[in-house]
Design a protein around this ligand. Structure first.
Ligand code: GRF
Length: 193
């Protein structure tokens, strides 16, 4: 069984779809949500879904303190894979070396375009004809790791930003659980060997 941790900081709609899809999966389990904000809405979702969470506040913005706490938790809960879902902290190279499990992120843009924040809005305000999502491995350089999956749709600019945002989130909610399942299957195959 792949033991999963999800990291999220905000609304948590991607956490929700991952949680719902793994609830009915006998082979894999979301063991833990890690959140760095004590009033994040994602915590309410976790409570409803009965998924344990740990809040790790980076004291005085001390990255090393926060990341060491997280490493302890990943070890304690024996986590095999991490999915970032709107986690608003950059993970350091040191953390990625120490954590020793794959870390995956979802980004609401067709990388390498629009790395970083406000990606949907920046794509909306561009001349691009397409918009989409990228699911990728996390490396030290933000939004730059190996791409696992990209999906694009036509950018219907005339319908307005809210509409386009919703369309992008729909793509995320459809494909993140699918990719997560595939990656967990690979982990299970390795564990069996
Ligand atoms: C998503 O758009 C995701 O791609 C990005 O952060 C957003 C999180 O949304 N990394 P939510 O909290 O899952 O609703």
């Amino acid at each position: 069984m792949a033991r999963i941790a999800v990291f999220a900081s905000g609304n948590g709609s991607n956490f929700q779809v991952l949680a719902e899809s793994f609830k009915v999966d006998k082979n894999n389990k979301i063991i833990l949500l890690i959140c760095n904000k004590k009033d994040a809405f994602v915590l309410k979702r976790a409570e409803k879904l009965n998924i344990p969470y740990e809040i790790v506040i980076y004291k005085k913005n001390d990255i090393i303190y926060g990341e060491n706490k997280i490493i302890e938790l990943i070890k304690k809960y024996d986590i095999d894979i991490i999915f970032l879902a709107g986690y608003m902290r950059v993970l350091s190279g040191d953390f990625l070396k120490k954590v020793k499990v794959p870390v995956i992120n979802i980004h609401p843009a067709l990388l390498p375009k629009y790395k970083g924040v406000d990606a949907i809005e920046r794509a909306f305000n561009s001349e691009d004809k397409e918009i989409g999502i990228t699911i990728h491995y996390v490396i030290e350089e933000v939004d730059s790791g190996e791409i696992i999956l990209q999906k694009s749709i036509r950018l219907k600019r005339t319908k307005g930003l809210d509409f386009v945002e919703q369309e992008v989130h729909k793509l995320e909610h459809k494909y993140y659980p699918q990719v997560a399942k595939k990656l967990c299957k690979n982990i299970n195959n390795k564990l069996k060997k």
